[in-house]
Design a protein around this ligand. Sequence first.
Ligand SMILES: Cc1cc2nc3c(=O)[nH]c(=O)nc-3n(C[C@H](O)[C@H](O)[C@H](O)COP(=O)(O)O)c2cc1C
Length: 163
Amino acid sequence: MKVLAIAGSLREQSFNRGLIRAAQALAPAGMEIIAADISDIPLYNGDDDGDNRPAPVTALAEQVKAADALLFATPEYNYSIPGVLKNAIDWLSRVPGGIFAGKPAAIMGASMGGMGTSRSQYHLRQGWCFWMCIRSTNRKCSSLQPMKNVMRMVTCRTRQRRT
Ligand SMILES: Cc1cc2nc3c(=O)[nH]c(=O)nc-3n(C[C@H](O)[C@H](O)[C@H](O)COP(=O)(O)O)c2cc1C
């Protein structure tokens, strides 16, 4: 199973990028978690979409297409999704053929705040359900069980390190 992990933070010392590294370390045999790099994705400009789509966007779209599942690790910025992540999703959502449709996906997030990125996760999920047709892990789907297990392990390890 090939999982493409996308972090909503570009920061070198990002907790959310750390979550993805933890997931990579904990992935069971048969699961490969690839960390996407969204740092070169330019700001969305409709004039550059279509035939002029920037190379980093095309490369990320190919990674999404090749993945069996997606894993998002996102911080919360001002009660919502960080702009860098929204921007990447905006580009990807315009790729012909609906590359997200039916793709199983899960969200996790790390934050110093008490709400633990819940509002950001909620906003991310809203776009999935009503527009991009991403299949969220809270729906029954046995093929997602290995990914849920990894997320559970990441959460447990993170809690252990805090205490
Ligand atoms: C612009 C900005 C807005 C933020 N807004 C929130 C917020 O609404 N809720 C929250 O819990 N944390 C908020 N934070 C704190 C981030 O959750 C925290 O910086 C987190 O460590 C960022 O994730 P990272 O470590 O992966 O970069 C905000 C941080 C920034 C830079």
